[in-house]
Write a protein that binds this ligand. Structure first.
Ligand SMILES: [Zn+2]
Length: 746
C-alpha cells in the first residue's frame, strides 16, 4: 500500500539509526544490542504499525460497497434475486463496513485487532514479528563479524532525492523489503477477507434457492498454491462446506454462488515464460500486443513474463478447472507452479506423464501433491500447512505407456539421462546482506507460493535424449563411505572439574580478576589432550565412534587458522603442540569451528556472504574456515565491505583443518533437534544452567572458561538463524575431543 510507504520509511530509517549506534567491537556488541538498542526498536515500529492498521481498516471499509455490488451482480446473473432491485437487501452504511473490517480474521486464527494490537495492552503481533526479523538480521551480522555500517545497510537503504525527500529503497535482502512484503500480504488478505464477509452477509440477507451451489474460485496462474489450485471449481451445496477464505496469507481465492447448470467452458489462464537470452522478452512478444509477455511477474524469486491463454474445460465438466489450466499450460508454467527449479521440472514431468497415461488433470495432480483436497471428501478442514508438493524422490511414475518408471520401485537414481530441467537454476550466490527469514507471524500462515524443498539429486524418469547438466545439487556430506585405516580410539577417561574457589587476584599467578581459559587448562594439566589424527576426510567420514548428524553422517567441522604453523599446532605438533591455544568468542571462549547446518533449508535460505572465500568453497562451513584463515580479511576489519584478497586453494589447504568429534568426549550437542530456533533456545537454556552450576567452582567471566572448568570438552552452538548462515558453530575446550584430518581438509 503506497499510502503507508512514508511511515514505513520513517520506521526503517529510525531502526537503521538505532542499529547504527552499535560499536564495531565485537565482544560488547551482542550485549549492547540485547540490553540497550533492541528494546528501542518497538518504539520505532509502532507508528508504522498504527498507520498500517488504520489505513487497512479504511481501505477494507471502502472496498465494501464495491464487493457488495459484485455479489449482487453475480446473483442477478444467475437469476437468484427476486425481480426488482428494490427488494435486494444491501448492507448499507460505512460504519457497518468498518465494523466488519475491525472484526476481520485476516486469515484463520489471526484477528486484525490482535495483529495490530488495536485497543489492546499487549504488543501487537505485527510489531513482534517485525522485531524478530530485525533481531535476526542484526545478530547474523554480528555473528559474521560484519561492521555496524553494513548491518545498518541491511536494515534499509534510504536515499535522498534531488528535491530533498528521503526515499526508501526496498532492496531485496533488507529488512525493509521484508517488512513491506509482510505488510502487503496482510493488506491483500485483509481486503480479500472483506470480500468474504460482504459476500456472506449478502447471501445471508438474500436467501437463495436450493438449486444453486457454492463454488471455489482460484486464480488461473502459476502463483496459485498446491492447496488452492486443487480446490478450484469444487462446488458444494453449503458455503460452510468450504474452509474460510482467504485460506492463507496472499490467498487470492474466493467462493461464489453459481447455477450448477450453467456451463463455463472457456476461461483465461496465465502462462509464464522466463526472460529471453539477454534478459529481454521471450519470443512471441510484440510491442502493443496485449496479453503476450507484456507484463512481468515474480514467482519463487524469479522473474517471468506472462501471456494470457484460453483454457478449455475437460469434456463433461461444468467449467474449466485449475487442473485443466495446468494440463493445457506449457512445461515452464507447470514447473513454476510445481515450485520451480529442478524439483519443479521433475514434478511437472510427472504430472504430464500421468495425464498422458490417461489420468484426468485432477488425478494427475493428486500424484504430485501430498494431502491434496479430494474430489468428494470434506473440504471444511483443508489445511494449507498440511498440503505440499511431493518430494521428487517420492513420486510414483506410470508404468509402460508414455514412459518407463525411473527404476524398479521408483528407487534411487537410475544411471539414465536426466530430463531437461526447465529454467535451469544457476544458483547465484546472493549478495550480502544475507536474506531474511520469512517473518514468522504468530499463526504461521503459509506463504504463497509454497517454499519448495532444496532441489536434490532426484531420481529421474524421462529418458528424454537431451541430457543437459542438471543443476548442481546442494552440497551434502557423502553417505558414510567405507572405513579405512581406522585408528583405534582409546576410551577417554572422565574429566574432573577443577575448582577456582581459591582465586584471589592479589596473589601471584592469579593476577586477573577472573580465571582465564589458560588458567583452567593449567589446572586441568594432563586432562588436556591432543587430537587423534586420520589421513583424509574420507577416513573421517567412515570412522566409528564419532558424533553424527541427523542424517547419520559423522559431523565434519572446519576450522581455519592464519598460517600453516598454527594448523600444525592445532594438530598437536611443534614445540607448543601440547598446548591448547583457545580464542575469545561471543558464545564463550574456546576454539571455534563450523559445521554445515543440518536444518532443512530452502535453496533461497542457503545463502552465504558474497565474498570470494565463500564462493570458492563447496559449503558454507568451509567458507567460514577459509575466511578465518585469511589474514587480509582480518586486516580489512573483518568486514565484507573493504577489499581483501581471497586465499589460494593451496593456502586454504595448509590453514584449514577438518575434524570430527568423539562420541565419548564430554561434548554437548543439539544434533537431535531439527528446528534452528528450538535448538538455539535449548542451547541458551543449557548454557545458563551450566553457568549457574559452575558458580560452585568459582567465578568466571564467560561461559567457555566456566564450562571447561566443569570438565566439558566442548559444545555445539546451533546458530539461531540457521536459515541464513547455513552452518553451526562448535566451541572446542579440549582437543582430546577431536579426530582431525592430517592432510587435505576439503
Ligand atoms: Zn487461495
Amino acid at each position: 500500500m503506497e499510502e503507508v510507504r512514508p511511515a514505513l520509511a520513517r520506521a526503517m530509517e529510525e531502526v537503521r539509526e538505532i542499529v547504527g549506534q552499535l560499536p564495531d567491537e565485537s565482544l560488547m556488541r551482542e550485549q549492547l544490542w540485547r540490553k540497550e538498542y533492541f528494546p528501542q526498536v518497538e518504539r520505532a515500529i509502532k507508528p508504522f504499525n498504527d498507520q498500517l492498521a488504520g489505513t487497512l481498516v479504511q481501505k477494507m471499509s471502502e472496498n465494501g460497497p464495491q464487493f457488495e455490488a459484485e455479489v449482487f451482480k453475480q446473483l442477478e446473473a444467475i437469476n437468484a434475486l427476486p425481480p426488482g432491485p428494490a427488494l435486494a437487501k444491501p448492507i448499507g452504511s460505512m460504519p457497518a463496513y468498518t465494523q466488519m473490517a475491525l472484526q476481520s480474521k485476516i486469515v484463520k486464527g489471526t484477528r486484525l485487532e490482535s495483529l495490530f494490537g488495536i485497543g489492546r495492552p499487549e504488543m501487537a503481533q505485527f510489531i513482534k514479528s517485525n522485531m524478530r526479523v530485525i533481531d535476526n538480521k542484526v545478530k547474523q551480522g554480528m555473528l559474521a563479524g560484519v561492521e555496524t555500517k553494513q548491518i545498518a545497510n541491511s536494515i534499509a537503504r534510504v536515499i535522498t532525492s534531488p528535491d530533498g525527500r528521503r526515499i526508501l529503497k526496498l532492496q531485496k535482502g533488507t529488512v525493509a523489503h521484508e517488512v513491506n512484503a509482510w505488510a502487503s500480504a496482510i493488506a491483500r488478505s485483509g481486503i480479500q477477507d472483506m470480500n468474504r464477509q460482504v459476500s456472506e452477509q449478502v447471501w445471508d440477507a438474500n436467501p437463495v434457492g436450493s438449486d444453486l451451489a457454492y463454488e471455489w474460485v482460484s486464480a488461473l496462474d502459476s502463483r496459485t498454491c498446491p492447496t488452492c489450485g486443487p480446490l478450484d471449481a469444487k462446488t458444494r451445496p453449503n458455503r460452510s462446506d468450504f474452509p474460510t477464505w482467504p485460506i492463507h496469507f496472499n490467498c487470492r481465492c474466493s467462493v461464489v454462488l453459481i447455477d450448477p447448470d450453467k456451463k463455463e467452458d472457456v476461461r483465461t489462464g496465465i502462462e509464464v515464460a522466463r526472460p529471453g537470452p539477454k534478459g529481454g522478452r521471450p519470443p512471441g512478444f510484440e510491442k502493443g500486443k496485449k496479453g503476450v509477455y507484456a507484463s512481468k511477474v515474480r514467482i519463487n524469486g524469479k522473474d517471468y513474463y506472462r501471456r494470457t491463454q484460453q483454457i478449455k474445460a475437460t469434456p463433461g465438466q461444468r467449467r474449466v478447472t485449475y487442473g485443466d489450466y495446468l494440463a493445457q499450460s506449457d512445461r515452464r508454467t507447470q514447473a513454476a507452479f510445481y515450485g520451480g527449479g529442478n524439483a519443479g521440472s521433475v514434478r511437472a514431468d510427472n504430472f504430464r506423464k500421468w495425464v498422458k497415461a490417461g489420468k484426468t488433470p485432477s488425478e494427475a495432480m493428486q500424484k504430485t501433491i501430498i494431502n491434496m483436497p479430494g474430489t468428494t471428501g470434506k473440504l471444511k478442514t483443508v489445511n494449507p500447512e498440511r498440503t505440499s508438493f511431493r518430494p521428487t524422490d517420492k513420486l510414483k511414475w506410470p508404468k509402460g505407456g508414455s514412459g518407463p518408471s525411473p527404476s524398479p520401485g521408483g528407487g534411487p537414481k537410475p544411471p539414465g539421462p536426466k530430463p531437461k530441467p526447465i529454467a535451469p537454476a544457476p544458483k547465484p550466490v546472493a549478495p550480502a546482506p544475507a536474506p531474511k527469514p520469512t517473518p514468522k507471524p504468530v499463526s504461521t500462515p503459509k506463504p504463497v507460493p509454497t517454499p519448495k524443498p532444496t532441489p536434490k539429486p532426484t531420481p529421474k524418469p524421462a529418458p528424454k535424449p537431451t541430457p543437459k547438466p542438471a543443476p548442481k545439487p546442494a552440497p551434502k556430506p557423502a553417505p558414510t563411505p567405507k572405513p579405512k585405516a581406522e585408528p583405534a580410539l582409546k576410551p577417554l577417561p572422565k574429566n574432573k572439574p577443577v575448582s577456582f574457589k581459591d582465586w584471589d587476584s592479589s596473589k601471584p599467578g592469579m593476577n586477573t580478576e577472573y580465571p582465564t581459559l589458560a588458567d583452567v587448562y593449567k589446572r586441568q594439566g594432563a586432562q588436556q589432550g591432543k587430537p587423534v589424527l586420520v589421513k583424509s576426510v574420507k577416513d573421517l567420514k567412515g570412522m566409528k565412534g564419532l558424533i553424527k548428524d541427523a542424517d547419520g553422517n559423522n559431523v565434519v567441522i572446519y576450522r581455519g587458522v592464519t598460517g600453516p604453523a598454527q594448523k600444525q599446532q592445532l594438530l598437536g605438533r611443534g614445540p607448543d603442540g601440547a598446548k591448547h591455544f583457545a580464542g575469545k568468542g561471543m558464545f564463550g571462549n574456546g576454539t571455534y569451528g563450523a559445521s554445515n547446518s543440518r536444518w532443512k533449508l530452502t535453496t533461497k535460505q542457503r545463502i552465504r556472504m558474497d565474498w570470494e572465500d565463500y564462493k570458492t568453497s563447496a559449503t558454507a562451513a568451509q567458507g567460514t574456515a577459509r575466511l578465518y584463515s585469511n589474514k587480509t580479511w582480518f586486516k580489512a576489519g573483518s568486514t565484507g565491505g573493504a577489499a581483501f584478497k581471497p586465499l589460494s586453494d593451496a593456502q586454504a589447504r595448509s590453514r584449514v583443518t577438518a575434524f570430527g568429534i568423539r562420541k565419548d568426549a564430554k561434548v554437548k550437542t543439539f544434533t537431535h533437534l531439527t528446528d534452528p530456533d528450538e535448538a538455539y533456545n535449548d542451547w541458551q537454556k543449557w548454557i545458563r544452567d551450566e553457568w549457574e552450576a559452575a558458580k560452585k567452582l568459582g567465578h568466571f567471566d564467560n561461559a567457555g572458561d566456566a564450562l571447561a572448568a566443569r570438565g566439558w570438552d566442548g559444545y555445539e552452538v546451533p546458530l539461531p538463524d540457521g536459515d541464513v548462515l547455513d552452518q553451526n558453530y562448535w566451541v572446542i575446550l579440549n582437543r582430546r575431543a577431536m579426530v582431525a584430518v592430517d592432510g587435505d581438509p576439503f
